[in-house]
Design a protein around this ligand. Structure first.
Ligand code: SF4
Ligand code: SF4
Length: 197
C-alpha cells in the first residue's frame, strides 16, 4: 500500500524494456567485462612465495612499531594520547618516572593487542612525538593469542627491522615539504598520568 504522507516520495519500479527482458545485451556486457579483466594487468600474487608490494608505505596501515629517538631510547613519553584515541582499546601502557632528565615519563611497559586492533591509525595520528607508527609490514601471524600482544621490546624490534626501508613518517613528510596530520609537536608531558591506560 502506498504511504499517504506527502513527505514520502514513492518511486514506481521502472518496467523492463525489450532488451532487458531478452537479457542478451546484459549477457554480452558481462562477457565484455570478463574479457577485459582477462587481458588487464594482474594484481594478484602467489603469496607467500611472492610478496605483494605496498603502494605507498606512508599511508599503509600495517604492523605497529615504537620509534626510537636519536639516542636509541624509546621516543614515547607515556602521555596516553594513543591509548585514549584507540577505538578498540587495545593499547595498554604503564607509565613510570623517566630515568632521563629530558622528559618526565616513559613507558615502563607498552603493549598493543594486534588481534583487537582494527588498524585505523588513530594512535599514530594522536601521538604528539611521532613515537608510534604503523608500518607497511603486512605479515601478522602467530601461534597463540599471547604472541599477538606486541610488547615494548617487540614494537621496538619492529622499528629496528623497518627503520632503514621506512624512515619515520614525519621525517619523510618533512623532506617532501608536507606536514603530518594531527601532529601538534611538543612533548605533551603535561597530560601524562601514572598507572594503566
Ligand atoms: S590502529 Fe587504531 S585500533 Fe589499532 S592500536 Fe592504533 S588506534 Fe587502536
Ligand atoms: S601518544 Fe605517543 S607518546 Fe603518547 S603514549 Fe602513545 S606512543 Fe607514547
Amino acid at each position: 500500500m502506498k504511504p499517504t504522507d506527502p513527505a514520502i516520495t514513492w518511486l514506481e519500479e521502472k518496467p523492463l524494456g525489450l532488451a532487458e527482458r531478452l537479457y542478451l545485451p546484459l549477457f554480452v556486457q558481462g562477457l565484455a567485462i570478463t574479457a577485459r579483466h582477462m587481458v588487464s594487468r594482474k594484481v594478484t600474487v602467489n603469496y607467500p612465495e611472492v610478496r605483494p608490494t605496498v603502494g605507498n608505505p606512508l599511508i599503509y596501515r600495517g604492523v605497529h612499531r615504537l620509534n626510537r629517538d636519536d639516542a636509541g631510547r624509546v621516543k614515547c613519553v607515556a602521555c596516553f594520547l594513543c591509548a585514549t584515541a584507540c577505538p578498540a582499546h587495545c593499547i595498554d601502557i604503564v607509565a613510570a618516572e623517566s630515568p632521563w632528565p629530558d622528559r618526565e615519563k616513559y613507558p615502563e611497559s607498552f603493549a598493543i593487542d594486534e588481534l583487537r586492533c582494527i588498524f585505523c591509525g588513530m594512535c599514530e595520528e594522536a601521538c604528539p612525538v611521532d613515537a608510534i607508527e604503523l608500518t607497511s609490514l603486512l605479515d601478522l601471524t602467530g601461534k597463540s593469542r599471547e604472541e599477538m600482544v606486541f610488547d615494548k621490546e617487540k614494537l621496538l624490534s619492529v622499528y629496528d627491522m623497518t627503520k632503514d626501508a621506512e624512515p619515520m613518517k614525519s621525517k619523510t613528510l618533512a623532506a617532501q615539504g608536507m606536514a603530518t596530520i594531527g601532529h601538534g609537536g611538543g612533548a605533551g608531558h603535561g597530560h601524562a598520568t601514572g598507572g594503566h591506560a
